[in-house]
Write a protein that binds this ligand. Structure first.
Ligand SMILES: Nc1nc2c(ncn2[C@@H]2O[C@H](COP(=O)(O)OP(=O)(O)OP(=O)(O)O)[C@@H](O)[C@H]2O)c(=O)[nH]1
Ligand SMILES: [Mg+2]
Length: 385
């Protein structure tokens, strides 16, 4: 299969470059953001394959010579009519790609029963805890490989590896998915925007970040809230702000933002709360994009709740790509019986999982070491109940 990558400073630019070279006839296989270097922001890289014959009808509309300003892809459906592929469909493709990989791992696991004991046991535990199959398979393979190396140098038989040895190595492999994220920034001022679907725990996260000694408690923090849609939305923020002597400024419209930023220029950290609206709602993401363009955050944290299913979490990850989040926060780990699903969100080096929230208490339910928090919630015991 012919595969090609195109890059650009936005997703749209990268896709438009693909369109200029390949016309309309390509399928998106991957979309990721590369890390920037020395103060430069990263580039979006889209990997595409022009081989879309199985999807496209034979009668194709001819490709436009010049791409339009907004990315839209035309597909001819089976009736020969055009279907516009918009950003929500791109997000769906993003999620489908992950699901397809997962399905392949599921088929492989079922067909070939790839692991012998005690690794088979580890794989079963992970999958039962909600770890997507492709991630469970990769983790157990790495565990097996690592222990095989040790066994080889110690000249012992792999059959002698115990469940608890396998489990300890497995935990190490899980830890390696997470890079400790919080470090004291040397920036003069940090502006951290918090985005995510309604009720995900954005406002709670802001209070926890401001109140946590390990995060911003020791620094001069201020809060800006752009959540002006619901009466009383900021009551909790304000009362906590007054207890902690953290100013909370409510923004009524976009023009107020530059003034608020100017008034807060002496603060080390500005935490920006955004309104919770469904990313599936028409216009909600473009509106947020406009807000972020004015706020100019140094960091954008995407908050997703662990009580959603993994397929939906992947879909939402895709939908929020356009806001260029720089870090992920998973909340409500205490509200799911399948905490392993979080590992399915931890494999993107361009969107590191920065914090986990495991409850409502402020700030103690904020876990700064996401890896250890997930390991603690996984039933990684050598016995089955
Ligand atoms: N159990 C549990 N509850 C949480 C967690 N994080 C937040 N909550 C609760 O979830 C509810 C919604 O939290 P908010 O912080 O208001 O969520 P939000 O994303 O700001 O909501 P909107 O502004 O309405 O979009 C509140 O009752 C929080 O106490 C968590 O990690 N675990
Ligand atoms: Mg809120």
């Amino acid at each position: 299969m012919f595969i090609k990558s195109f890059s650009g400073s936005t997703q749209r630019d990268a896709l438009n470059s693909a369109k200029v070279e390949l016309g309309e006839d390509f399928m998106i296989l991957d979309m990721r953001k590369t890390p920037g270097s020395s103060g430069q922001t990263g580039q979006y890289v889209v990997t595409v394959s022009p081989a879309v014959d199985s999807v496209m009808n034979a009668k194709q509309p001819s490709a436009p010579k010049v791409p339009g300003p907004r990315f839209q892809r035309s597909l001819a459906n089976s009736a020969g009519r055009e279907k516009i592929l918009g950003e929500s469909e791109i997000a769906e493709l993003f999620a489908l790609r992950k699901q397809m990989r997962n399905l392949k791992a599921r088929v492989r696991a079922g067909k070939h029963a790839p692991f012998e004991e005690p690794f088979k046991f580890c794989f079963g535990l992970l999958v039962e805890a909600g770890v997507p199959e492709q991630m469970a398979e990769a983790l157990v393979q790495r565990t097996e490989r690592r222990l095989a190396e040790d066994a080889f140098s110690a000249m012992i038989d792999m059959q002698d590896v115990t469940r608890s040895q396998a489990m300890e190595e497995l935990k190490d492999q899980i830890r390696q998915l997470f890079i400790p994220q919080y470090s004291k920034s040397r920036r003069k001022q940090e502006v951290i925007a918090v985005v995510g679907p309604s009720g995900a725990g954005k406002t709670s996260l802001i209070t926890k970040l401001a109140a946590h000694k390990g995060v911003y408690r020791e620094r001069q923090a201020a809060i800006i809230s752009t959540d002006i849609y619901r009466a009383g939305a900021n009551a909790g923020l304000k009362s906590l702000g007054s207890i902690m002597s953290v100013p909370v400024i409510e923004i009524k419209n976009l023009d107020d933002i530059p003034r608020a930023r100017k008034n807060l220029s002496d603060y080390d950290v500005i935490l920006v709360d955004t309104p919770g609206r469904s990313p599936l709602g028409k216009g909600s993401l473009p509106e947020l994009q406009t807000q972020l363009a004015v706020i100019e955050p140094t960091e954008t944290l995407l908050v997703l709740s662990a009580n959603m299913g993994i397929e939906e979490l992947w879909l939402f990850l895709g939908l929020y790509q356009g806001l260029q989040p720089t870090g992920l926060v998973v909340t409500k780990l205490d509200e799911t019986s399948r905490p392993g699903k979080v590992l399915g969100l931890a494999d993107d080096p361009n969107l590191p999982l920065k914090y986990i929230s495991t409850g409502q208490s402020v700030p103690h339910s904020l876990e700064l070491d996401a890896g250890e928090a997930v390991i603690r919630h996984l039933p990684l015991s050598t016995r089955r109940d």
